[in-house]
Design a protein around this ligand. Structure first.
Ligand code: SF4
Length: 330
């Protein structure tokens, strides 16, 4: 991805690289990517506005994704019942106090945000961008929920501000997608990335899940290679974990699914990072169970810092860093 297309700040690439080197020599964190784009630290402010997705339609043909709880990655009702402006203000002010930041991206996180009328989506974008300190939008959605009519809206909004679409790709292997009950195949994800790039021109992030049954090291390496070949600026990594009242919980209770131990998960993430281009930013190294009462397994997903610390430590101790296996291969 050509970062100059969206570079809006006076910070030079050399300065951004120095910042990256000082902060995290082992991989390219999203904080450094944002700093490169905006010239200062920028944080995401999550909002829960969308209320459903194609997999959760009454009388629909699809099942909910195997890992998805009733909230669809949304906040609890207390927060979800507030209007968009209130959600932005409350969450923005909390983050501003904590990190002393002045710029924010509104993150439409829950369910499938493009599964709605374009007019309504457009209104929400305008409201979000009008709030103090908001410098752009991040829109979470599925690869199979990008109707042609939504592309002009994404393009127009990205031209006057900044838009990143975060795609729930999860895996590039059809057997894994079947297990996850995603309701789409890998080709759909590849097409979605291409269309977002060509038709909307937005920044693109991809969510990936590791720890799927039968997952091999070769698949992890291939996943990194696929990402490297796509116009994707960043990835967000999750470990497949079990939440209450999900189809995955049933499989887990029957002994048909076993989540990864932290040591093995961190080994797989390090392998992935070694094959990932150093130009692709990393949003997150592991999932954190934000609703502790809903977590069934593994226990380590409760801990916010231990998984990422272990991965960073592993990189550091072995002298590995993002993309170092790329250099060997070429
Ligand atoms: S993960 Fe997303 S697409 Fe899947 S059921 Fe949950 S809200 Fe729907």
């Amino acid at each position: 991805m050509d970062l100059k297309l969206v570079l809006t700040s006076p910070v030079s690439e050399a300065e951004a690289n120095q910042f990256m080197a000082e902060k995290t020599p082992c991989y390219f964190p999203i904080s450094a990517y944002y700093r490169r784009l905006f010239g200062e630290k920028v944080y995401k402010v999550s909002v829960s506005i969308a209320e459903s997705c194609p997999n959760r339609q009454p009388n629909g043909k699809l099942l909910p994704c195997v890992f998805c709880d009733e909230w669809g990655s949304a906040a609890y009702h207390l927060e979800r019942d507030r209007d968009l402006v209130e959600q932005i203000q409350i969450n923005r002010d909390k983050i501003a106090r904590r990190y002393r930041s002045k710029k924010f991206l509104v993150y439409f996180q829950s369910y499938t945000n493009t599964f709605d009328r374009v007019e309504r989506l457009s209104e929400r974008f305008d409201i979000a961008l009008a709030q103090e300190g908001i410098c752009g939008l991040v829109v979470g959605t599925r690869p199979d929920c990008l109707p042609a009519r939504v592309m002009p809206l994404l393009r127009e909004t990205h031209e006057r501000s900044y838009v990143m679409v975060e795609l729930g790709v999860q895996s590039f292997f059809d057997p894994h997608l079947l297990f996850l009950q995603r309701g789409h195949d890998a080709q759909r994800s590849l097409t979605a990335v291409e269309r977002l790039h060509q038709e909307a021109g937005v920044d693109i992030g991809v969510h990936l899940i590791f720890g799927l049954p039968g997952e091999t090291d070769a698949q992890i390496v291939e996943t990194a290679e696929i990402i490297n070949s796509l116009p994707v600026s960043n990835v967000k990594l999750h470990n497949l974990h079990v939440l209450k009242n999900t189809p995955l919980e049933t499989l887990y209770q029957r002994g048909e699914f076993k989540p990864l131990e932290l040591d093995e998960y961190s080994r797989r993430v390090v392998l992935f990072l070694q094959h990932l281009s150093p130009e692709v930013a990393v949003q997150r190294l592991a999932a954190v169970a934000s609703r502790w009462d809903e977590l069934v397994a593994p226990e380590w997903t409760r801990e916010k810092l231990r998984p990422s610390n272990m991965i960073e430590q592993r990189l550091h101790n072995s002298g590995f860093c993002q993309g170092d296996r790329l250099a060997i291969a070429s």
